[in-house]
Structures are given as structure tokens and as C-alpha cells.
Design a binder for this molecule. Sequence first.
Ligand SMILES: Cc1cc2nc3c(=O)[nH]c(=O)nc-3n(C[C@H](O)[C@H](O)[C@H](O)COP(=O)(O)OP(=O)(O)OC[C@H]3O[C@@H](n4cnc5c(N)ncnc54)[C@H](O)[C@@H]3O)c2cc1C
Length: 581
Amino acid sequence: MEPQYNKISKQLSNNFKEIVGEEFYFNDYEIRWTYAFGCSIFNKEWVPDLILIPQNTKQVSEILKLANENRIPITPRGSGTSLSSGSLSPYRGIILDLSQMNSIIIVDIENNFVEVEPGVICDELNETLKPYGYFFPPDPGSSSVATIGGMVANNAGGIQAFKYGVTKNYVIYLEVVLPDGKVLNLGSKVLKSVSSYNIKDLFIGSEGTLGIITKIGLRIRPLPKTRKLGMFIFEKVDDLKDAVLELRRSGVVPNLLEFMDKVILKAVTEYLGGEFLDFPNGYVLLAEVDGNSKQEVDDAFAIMLDIIIQKNPIFHKIAINEEDRERLILARKANLPALSRIRPNTCVEDCTIQISKFADVIKKVEEIPKKINAKNLLVAIICHMEGNLHPTFLFNENDEQDIKDFKKAIDYLYREIIIPAGGSITGEHGIGKIKTSFLELEHESDVVDLMVQIKKFFDPNMILNPGIGKGDTRSLNIKNHKRILEKKSDKILELKCMRCGFCISCPSRINYILETYSPRGRLSLLNGLVYGELELNDLVIEVLHTCTLCGHCQTVCPAGVNTTVIFEKAREIIHRNLKDH
Ligand SMILES: Cc1cc2nc3c(=O)[nH]c(=O)nc-3n(C[C@H](O)[C@H](O)[C@H](O)COP(=O)(O)OP(=O)(O)OC[C@H]3O[C@@H](n4cnc5c(N)ncnc54)[C@H](O)[C@@H]3O)c2cc1C
């Protein structure tokens, strides 16, 4: 049985306004429209009914209680960088934008923890910890914009997970608000405790389906003092896999162990140019060790180098200083920008396998376009070598055939490759709203039933983030899956914008606190205008004119979208349009 939701009446809308105050309540269609865009396929039916930006736990509690009593869906959102549509709202209702609850409340070095609100940005937390010689290790590629709340809700990882683990390894306590408004404190400020069931961990990776996270206690670690990195290129993926398995047997634990396939290396070398053009094409392994003394790191690196060299890489380069390291690591950081230049859309999938199956799985993933007979679809593969693969599909979402092929490709990936290999359908990006139908492939139906019961225990009216498989009913899962992939994606401007959200660090978005005033938001508005979904009204004109053309967005845009030129041009057209009428 699908849960039934109600529409937000005028009276109810006003009640929500009273809770957060007029300043943090938004119901203009144009503003809501920009919250239907995320780093995944766009669907115009998903425009939420209301945006609320709470300032504290009390407001979150009051909002949830009211929404629950009136059966209004609530979708929590940090920075909206989810790669699985986690923070989009297929059932509309309220988007609870937690980005402004962003204080670092406690930094306690002696007791080894920090306490933060959910909207704190990952990199900002690490900037605060740096002078103390400490850090919070999980480092997703989106760390410059991802919120800690979003990271906990998704159990985010990153490129140092091989040694340092993922977000759940650091969460010691949580404050969460349940749908009935109850505020729970879970876990403890001490580093060890077995005095209760571990309810806190249920919320980590629950993607906002059980409660809203309003405070987070995180363990922190001393920053390693030194590190050493090497880049190795192999002709054969089997040799690379053998090197990694041998490394595992040796006991050396690299802090960074990353894989890129041939498609990526080619794209990256063409994108970066310079010395990279001299690198031979092949499968890349980036490997780094870190530690507290040069001697310790040199010794570990020597063992690692010896192991890798014995597996016949066709090329290797060792960073002799930090500058060198930065250049080599750029090859990894440039993956998405380089790929996004090949096709308009770059969709990063996420799954895990046992590392011993690595080479076989890579070969099968490389063959996907051929197997499904897709002419225009390309696949490139990135992998964190704890077994977390990111097959990345390149296509054009405005092309109907491409969308069909993309759907076939992900079906093939999970049904024919990952599940038969005993893998998991997501390692760090979550089920979101795009993988619900695959959930039962991985888990027995008794386990899925238990998940549904847990969901109903915490959220009997199913108001929290409906559409995410883990807590949803099965019929709902299938319906959502169809909605997103069998329906042709709504028209989107053919830009190379991946909607990754890196540009939300834009000064005007920080000033106006809304997604709408970020470059990503402005591009969403232009999309609406171009395809006749929005009208050129005062609000749209204002949003497009609050851009100061400072160019910050272009410096952080992985895809090199020429935003300032686009916005200048848009203003020109608007002025011409206004003069003509
Ligand atoms: C270019 C790029 C690179 C990326 N690299 C990585 C990577 O290396 N590793 C990785 O793990 N991920 C990666 N991601 C995915 C994503 O950035 C992370 O999952 C990130 O943690 C999401 O943070 P956010 O603030 O944007 O959350 P959002 O996208 O806003 O939300 C994510 C999920 O959490 C829920 N949520 C948000 N806040 C709360 C809260 N306070 N309480 C309850 N639920 C909440 C949302 O409903 C949603 O389901 C990448 C994304 C991009 C665009």
C-alpha cells in the first residue's frame, strides 16, 4: 500500500512560516523549481511545494511534528550533491534545507572529538582543525561543498578510505529528530560504550529516511606529518590487480590507493596536457603511504614500490616533493572535468566488490556498451581500491536513445555483473531514488521486510524522504524507478554542467542562502525559461542580476562551464526582451 500524502493548505503553509519566520520560508515557484535539480537526471514533476530553512533543532522538531500530523512529505537536504537523487523530492512536499545550521560547536582536542551542526561543510571543518594538527579523514570528492549532515546520512567515503575508513568510523554521537518531533540523543561523548543497542548507527547511511540529524559528534585524528606518492601505469588490468593483492598480503596500508581506466587516462592527459601527454595509455594505480616520520614513510614506500614494480608496470613516476605530488594527484582530481568534456552528461555509478574479483569485473564493465548494443554511450571506470567501483556513464540526456541505453547499462551493471559477483549496489552514494528496484537483488526478502518494519517503527506515516528504497514499500520502489528512468528526462540545456554543486560556494548564494542564487540555481532558472516552464518575472530577473560576474564559479567548475558569459548573455537577452515589449 502506497502511503497517502496531503497537499499543503494555505493555513498549514502559514503555520510552517510561523515556525521558521518569513525570512526562511519560500514558496515562489521559481525558487522551488531550482530545488528539483541535483546531480542526476532532472524531473520537473519533482518540484517541491515549500522550502524551509530551519535555524535550530527546536524549529526542526516543530516542522516535523506538524508535517507528520498532516502527512506532508519532508526531504532533508544539505548541499544537494547526492549522486543518487537523495535530496530531490519525487513526492513533492517540503524540502528541509539544513545548510544554515552550520556551527562548529565544540573542538575538544584532549577528548578527541568535535561537535558540529549538520550544515557544516567538510573542508571548513578540516580548515578549523588544521591549526591543532588534527583532521576529520573522510574526504569525498565533493568535500569543498558536502555537508557533514549529508555525509553522515550517506555514510560518505573518499579517496583515503583504504586506510582511514568512512564517515561511520568517526561518528560517536548524534542528535536526531523523529517525525513526531521527539529529539533523541544517541551514542556518547566517550570513545567507548556498550550500554545500549547501537541505535545511532541505524541513522548513519539511512539517507534521511528515519530522522533528521541536527547535531553530530565526530572523532578526529592527528594529521600525518609526511607522505609519499607514486603513479603506476599497467598495460594489463590483471597485473595491476596482482600488485594490489600482493600489497594487501604485505601488510603495508596505503592511505590512498586509486584506480583509473584507459578511457579516463586518455581524457585526463588530453585535458591536462604538458608532461601528461608523454605518459603511455593504460590502467593507472595511484598509491601513497603516510606517517609521522620520513623514515617510517620511506620504508613503507620502498616495500610498496618493490611489490608494484615486480608486476611490470609500463610506466611509473614517484613524487619527490609536495609540488610533484600535487601535479600527479591532479590526474585523479581531473577525472570528472576531463570526462565531462566528452559527452554532455556524466553519471557516476557506485558499487562495491571483493578486490580479488577486480580484474574480471573491470573487463565486464568495459564491455557494457557492446553487450547492450549502445552506439553513443561510453563507460569509464574509477575505483577506490578497497573495492568501491565508480563506473561512469557518458551520454546526452536530451537524446532519447541515449537515455534508453543508459537505463539498459545500469540494469546490466547491477543485474549481470555486480550482484552475480557477490557485490553491493552502493558503497558510498546511497540507494537514493535511482536504485530502489535493485535493493531486492542484493538482500533477501526477509531482510527487506525488516528494513520496512524499521522504517515504519521510526516513521509510521512514511513522511521522511519518501522514494528511498531502504525504508519504502516495494511497490513504491518500482514506481519510482519507472518514473526516473523510463520516462524521458525533461529537456535540459545542453551544457556540460554536471550539476555537481561545486559552484554553490558562490558569494551571492552565501549571501542569499538559497540554491536559487547559486550559479547552478541560475542555470536551472535558464533551463526553465528556455523550455517555457518559467516566465520572465521580477524574481527571475532579480536572481539573474544578483550575480556579480566575479567569476568564482568558473574557477571551481570541474566542467569549465563558462557561466559568466552565459549569465551576461542571458541578461542581454532579457533587456532586449523587456525593451521590445
Ligand atoms: C563531484 C562529486 C564527487 C563526489 N565524491 C564523493 C566521494 O568521493 N565519496 C562519497 O561518498 N560521495 C561523493 N559524492 C556524493 C556526495 O557529495 C556525498 O554523498 C555528500 O556526502 C552529500 O552531501 P550533501 O551535503 O550534498 O548532501 P545532500 O546531497 O543534500 O543529501 C544527501 C542525502 O542525505 C540526506 N540528508 C542531508 N542532510 C541530512 C540531515 N541533516 N539529516 C538527515 N538526512 C540528511 C538527504 O536527504 C539525502 O538523502 C560526490 C558528489 C559529487 C557531485
